[in-house]
Design a protein around this ligand. Structure first.
Ligand code: UDP
Length: 410
């Protein structure tokens, strides 16, 4: 895809010349270092989304950056999904789960090439690669993308043994920081305004995607874009929608795709299909993987209201994406969402099904109010959550690992 090859100068019209010049200056200081990112999937979910944008741009800035993906079978990803849910406060894992995790981690330690000056490990799936630290002259960072404000204690303690071996950790929001013996940085995620998923589209583009998925043009669409995951609360979205439908005619769109490290997806989709059965105005879409980014872009732009009714969240890039498109967003006050939505200024926060329904109705009843909050939301994202800010903070973090005085201002 051509959009993977943007140059840093292409961002000047969006963020200004000064910010881009600053990035070039910082990048020069990283010359000669190789940054190796490692995660568990090349497509699907927020981490892959960010890396697919970040890696080419760092290279364009002259910072040698590579991206590797660990391997694992369904059983392993079943366990890491349980770990993910446990970090979000769910139940713990069994001894058998631990053994599966350890065995695949052992294989990954043997087969994953580790060559970076900085090895940048994302989330728990590849965390045990730190086992190779003593054999390499590298700096190690563990980047946590999930909400660990109230983790299951036993699972957190299991991971902590690995985490504390890293040189530094990164979390997405202040509420996620934990007591750790290693340095912690707070760096929020970001979106790329020039990616296929976020670039401007024409009305014709948007219409073509609505048509492709059999969605109407003349009735407002209320949309949630998310993996089919219980923590995204698709069932709660349907319940909220049903409350709205008592008063206003609209269609509900739940759009999801398949992430290879999330084996629960098809089970949740089947449950939701059952729940939505018999209502022709509820559309459960499995987004075409070949055109995923363009389609998600158009679905977000074509929606009257975007909803993100998650029960737990890391940051919720789907909210960032929708706000960047100046959409009115109704989202739960969890994880990184309140950083993005100041209630009644850049969107509406909800705490329940009834609250979500009320706010969707507010937006549908009052398009001028919806437009105002959407516009505010876009500006908030421009100022805080675009890739250029993220690149700056990551590069400063990389440099800080070589800073003996241990002082760095992000
Ligand atoms: N996404 C997508 N297609 C889908 C569903 C989700 O491309 O059918 C993308 C979505 O646009 C966003 C990312 O997956 O960029 C989800 O990131 P988020 O932080 O919202 O949640 P996560 O999946 O990481 O929990």
């Amino acid at each position: 895809m051509t959009d993977l090859h943007k140059k840093i100068e292409d961002y000047i019209p969006i963020v200004g010349q000064e910010k881009v010049e600053e990035l070039k200056l910082i990048a020069q200081k990283l010359k000669g270092k190789t940054i190796q990112s490692i995660n568990s999937t090349a497509v699907g979910g927020g981490v892959a989304e960010i890396l697919s944008r970040m890696v080419p741009l760092l290279n364009n800035l002259g910072v040698d950056t590579k991206w590797d993906v660990i391997k694992g079978d369904l059983e392993f990803f079943g366990v890491t999904k349980k770990i993910h849910n446990a970090l979000h406060g769910g139940k713990g894992i069994t001894k058998k789960d631990v053994n599966i995790f350890l065995e695949t981690s052992r294989l990954n330690l043997e087969r994953t090439p580790l060559y970076g000056d900085i090895i940048f490990v994302h989330d728990p799936q590849p965390i045990a690669l730190i086992g190779k630290k003593s054999t390499l002259d590298s700096k190690w960072i563990w980047r946590c993308h999930v909400d660990v404000s109230q983790p299951n204690k036993s699972v957190w303690n299991f991971l902590k043994k690995y985490i504390e071996k890293y040189d530094a950790t990164v979390f997405s929001a202040p509420a996620f920081s934990q007591k750790l013996k290693v340095k912690q940085f707070m760096i929020c995620p970001s979106i790329d305004p020039l990616s296929e998923k976020n670039r401007d589209l024409t009305d014709v583009d948007v219409s073509s995607v609505l048509k492709k998925y059999g969605l109407p043009h003349n009735v407002p669409l209320v949309t949630q874009v998310s993996r089919y995951d219980r923590l995204k609360d698709p069932a709660g979205v349907i319940d909220a929608y049903k409350l709205v439908r008592k008063y206003i005619n609209c269609h509900l769109v739940l759009a999801g795709s398949h992430a290879s490290d999330d084996p629960e997806g098809s089970e949740v989709l089947a449950e939701i299909r059952e729940k939505a059965k018999g209502d022709p105005q509820i559309h459960l879409l499995v987004v075409d993987p070949k055109t995923n980014d363009f389609d998600v872009n158009a679905l977000q732009r074509g929606s009257a209201v975007v909803i993100q009714k998650s029960l737990r969240e890391g940051f919720a890039l789907t909210v960032t994406e929708a706000l960047w498109k100046a959409r009115p967003v109704v989202a739960s006050a969890v994880g990184g969402i309140p950083l993005q939505i100041a209630h009644k200024y850049s969107g509406l926060l909800c705490h329940s099904i009834e609250g979500a329904a009320l706010h969707i109705k507010q937006f549908l009843h009052n398009p001028a109010y919806a437009k105002k909050l959407g516009t505010n939301g876009k500006e908030h994202i421009r100022q805080n959550y675009l890739l250029t800010r993220h690149l700056r903070e990551y590069m400063l973090l990389f440099l800080s690992l070589y800073n003996k005085e241990d002082i760095v201002y992000l």
